[in-house]
Design a protein around this ligand. Structure first.
Ligand SMILES: NC(=O)c1ccc[n+]([C@@H]2O[C@H](COP(=O)([O-])OP(=O)(O)OC[C@H]3O[C@@H](n4cnc5c(N)ncnc54)[C@H](OP(=O)(O)O)[C@@H]3O)[C@@H](O)[C@H]2O)c1
Length: 305
């Protein structure tokens, strides 16, 4: 059984493993933390939602009900940022369909990407994303994996001026591309950069995160669980006692709080198709966060496993 198959079997019971919000200590906040987008001053919740694989599905009635629950709960718990891409199969279409059915478009911050070569092909792709997402304006358009980045950034600047997108940015998912990412962060005026950063992929903290802070670029963190590999590392291991010091009740919250406690991070976008996991992940943005010293201890703990 693969991890994903196993997840599908146990996912339904995951909600029971996470303490419901109402059992929080009396002095613990129930509001999701926010961070400011440097280029605008807009505040965004620190936990968003990724859609790679999780939303690339055929909407049978059972899956439709499950994903509607994920999205309703996401909005109910204060979530806004949803990240997609034309690379993710049906994901944009599914998000467009379900957000229209639920009437929640106005509450969402929709981020998607352009992932093709050539100006005309890029424009066609972005028009299609808007149609699939059923929106006249995309909040954030990102150049996926830096593909034909200079061509698309020129179009994105035009689209931003016309109000078709609100923000522009670039993405990548592996440290091997960080030198290119950094060069673009230095030479272009970006609103957002999206990169991988987690307790198992920490390279971004060396230069990308300090540079984002210096240049006033918001940071979206992808692969916050290393695409799920972090859960394999801690399988059947108990949370360390230090987790109680920052209101952390699950491994997902441990991984997410470590990320969003970094001052340069704007939000993390864990992907899930399970309501129980979604609720768990949202709580990673609620309550106390670890300070710098605690973050170091968390790294040491996970490295020792
Ligand atoms: N180049 C790029 O632009 C780029 C590259 C990579 C990713 N991204 C974006 O970043 C998003 C996140 O990255 P990712 O999808 O690669 O991986 P991820 O979010 O690090 O991990 C997803 C995996 O974690 C599991 N999971 C989620 N919440 C859980 C919980 N509370 N407890 C246990 N397991 C949990 C999911 O399974 P379940 O579904 O069973 O919960 C799934 O297998 C993507 O979806 C995409 O939007 C962008």
């Amino acid at each position: 059984m693969t991890r994903r198959e196993a997840g599908k079997v146990i996912g339904g019971t995951a909600a029971a493993l996470v303490l419901p919000i109402t059992t929080r200590a009396a002095n613990e906040s129930s509001t999701i933390l926010t961070r400011t987008v440097p280029s605008s001053g807009e505040k965004l919740p620190v936990i968003g939602l990724g859609t790679w694989r999780a939303f690339d599905v055929d909407l049978t009635s059972d899956i439709r009900r499950q994903l509607q629950e994920v999205l309703s709960m996401f909005v109910k718990l204060g979530g806004r940022v949803i990240d997609s891409s034309p690379m993710y199969g049906h994901a944009e279409e599914v998000i467009g369909d379900l957000s229209a059915a639920l009437g929640i478009r106005g509450k969402l911050f929709l981020a998607t990407k352009v992932w093709t070569r050539g100006k005309e092909s890029g424009i066609k792709s972005m028009e299609r994303s808007m149609a699939l997402l059923r929106t006249k304006r995309i909040d954030l358009m990102q150049v996926h994996n830096l593909v034909d980045v200079n061509t698309h950034l020129a179009t994105l600047r035009e689209w931003k001026d016309k109000g078709r997108i609100r923000y522009l940015g670039i993405t990548h998912y592996e440290a091997g591309a960080f030198t290119d990412v950094e060069n673009i962060m230095r030479s272009e005026k970006l609103d957002f950069v999206q990169i991988n950063y987690s307790l198992m992929e920490r390279d971004a903290e060396e230069r990308v995160l300090p540079l984002a802070n210096e240049r006033g670029i918001a940071v979206i963190v992808n692969r916050p669980f290393g695409a799920g590999d972090l859960f394999d590392k801690v399988r059947s291991k108990s949370l360390p006692g230090l987790a109680t010091e920052f209101d952390c009740r699950s491994w997902a919250q441990f991984f997410l709080k470590w990320i969003v406690a970094h001052p340069a991070v704007t939000c993390a976008i864990p992907a899930t198709d399970k309501p129980g996991h979604l609720e768990d992940n949202m709580q990673g943005g609620i309550g106390r966060l670890p300070d710098e010293n605690m973050r170091r201890r968390m790294v040491e703990f996970v490295s020792s496993l």
